[in-house]
Design a binder for this molecule. Structure first.
Ligand SMILES: C[S@@+](CC[C@H](N)C(=O)[O-])C[C@H]1O[C@@H](n2cnc3c(N)ncnc32)[C@H](O)[C@@H]1O
Length: 412
């Protein structure tokens, strides 16, 4: 694919595009990966979506932010885009947000719910593949999916000498500290997460760090059959097909039968899911939520666009969507709310049909046409005199409007 870069000349004026948070609340919000997007940045994202679309979105456009926080992306869609509240969907797990949603006149009539945004919730109208726009800023870091490990606590003592098959490859968790046993409802909720998230692809695509030589030597002498009770000391790395089999096993597990967490492949799947970064899971979720042809706009930390470990996941993503634009944000956009991540806004379109497996092979890449659609890219020059976030974003938008036919040509 060709990459064209939009050059940006920042203009003078100083101000900060951040939403301030009270200090005493920061710890709880860090756990949730909760750093709200400013209305300026959300407004920019909405405006660029309209530029890419080539016109205003029609009133029947359905938009979702599956980790919506206070609902800033729903608000801009209502205020700037005039979308009816009934077509706006949001999910968040932070119960303290609910009263704010109730009071907000822009969210009156919108479908904002206290539910896990990684899971479908048909009663709220939240289902994969049904949205024209999936836009937002998913949680980064925080405690992520670590609660899933609680499913392993109860059988932990019984198997204290047992070794997990994937031990060398997956997260090395401290043994969980004893807590209240899970209630039936908590267990059911966590199991539902494991059943759903094990069908995602991202957790199986992350490249493992190179094991140290010692582990390598051990694995060379270990038996090769994975998932068999007789090979508990097997420390070889799971292959893609081992992980696929584990996902299939869970997919086939009878809905009315609790998952058997004494089975090594189930334990290890849970560990892997728990150690997958929440932003990686949410990136996949945004793509899943968009319907074919739907637009995706999300703020991601640098790791999603650059980390070597996520190379295979990026290829998977590009088998499902066309990348349309990537706009780097200055670090200070989120520093005011306690986050220091370097972030980018990624714009993409869900493909009508997924690219077939292997589209990225050298042979397939060689066959890509030279005039493949260019990607609009921008990066701030924060050291330029008088740099401000507002002027940077205004400049990006002006460039995008000027060059829209180059990057997102109107279909003939
Ligand atoms: C980075 S904040 C962004 C909020 C909002 N999208 C914005 O841009 O202002 C991420 C939000 O995700 C929420 N969150 C964390 N885990 C979640 C989950 N599993 N399902 C739904 N929301 C979640 C947090 O409570 C937080 O409000």
């Amino acid at each position: 694919m060709n990459v064209a870069t939009a050059k940006l000349k920042p203009a003078p004026r100083q101000s900060l595009s951040v939403v301030e948070a009270p200090l005493d609340d920061l710890e709880r919000r860090r756990e949730l990966g909760q750093f709200f997007t400013s209305p300026e940045v959300a407004g920019f994202i909405w405006d660029l979506l309209e530029v890419i679309h080539g016109r205003r979105f029609s009133a029947d456009t359905r938009l979702i932010d599956p980790a919506c926080g206070e609902g800033v992306f729903l608000r801009v869609a209502r205020e700037r885009g005039g979308l009816p509240a009934k077509n706006l969907f949001g999910a968040d797990i932070d119960a303290t947000l609910d009263s704010g949603w109730q009071r907000d006149p822009l969210l009156r009539g919108a479908n904002v719910h206290l539910v896990n945004g990684l899971l479908d919730d048909p009663t709220s109208g939240i289902e994969a593949g049904t949205f024209n726009i999936a836009a937002g800023n998913p949680p980064f870091s925080g405690k992520g999916l670590r609660d899933l490990l609680r499913l392993l606590e109860e059988s932990e003592t019984a198997r204290h000498e047992e070794q997990d098959f994937f031990e060398a490859a997956c997260l090395r968790e401290e043994p969980p500290s004893p807590r209240q046993p899970l209630s039936r409802q908590e267990r059911a909720e966590l199991e539902r997460m494991v059943r759903t998230l094990s069908q995602y692809s991202c957790w199986r695509l992350e490249t493992e760090p190179e094991p140290d030589e010692e582990a390598e030597a051990e694995s060379a002498s270990a038996p090769t059959e994975l998932f068999a009770a007789s090979v508990l000391c097997d420390r070889r790395r799971p292959t893609a097909s081992d992980l696929e089999q584990a996902a299939q096993l869970i997919a086939r597990w009878a809905p009315n039968r609790p998952l058997d967490t004494s089975r090594p492949e189930i334990r290890d799947t849970i560990r892997r899911l728990a150690s997958t970064a929440i932003e990686v899971m949410f990136t996949e979720r945004f793509v899943r939520l968009a319907k074919p042809g739907g637009l995706i706009a999300l703020i991601v930390p640098e790791s999603i666009v650059a980390s070597d470990r996520l190379g295979r996941f990026r290829i998977w993503l590009l088998g499902k969507m066309d990348l349309l634009a990537s706009i780097s944000l200055p670090q200070k956009v989120f520093t005011g709310v306690g986050a220091n991540a370097k972030t980018s806004i990624v714009f993409a379109r869900r493909l009508a049909q997924d690219r077939v497996n292997g589209w990225y092979s050298p042979e397939a890449l060689a066959k890509l046409p030279d005039d493949d659609q260019p990607i609009f890219m921008a990066a701030p020059r924060v050291d330029a005199p008088g740099f401000t976030v507002e002027n940077y974003l205004a400049r990006v938008l002006a460039d995008a409007r000027r060059d829209r036919e180059i990057f997102w040509p109107t279909p003939k």
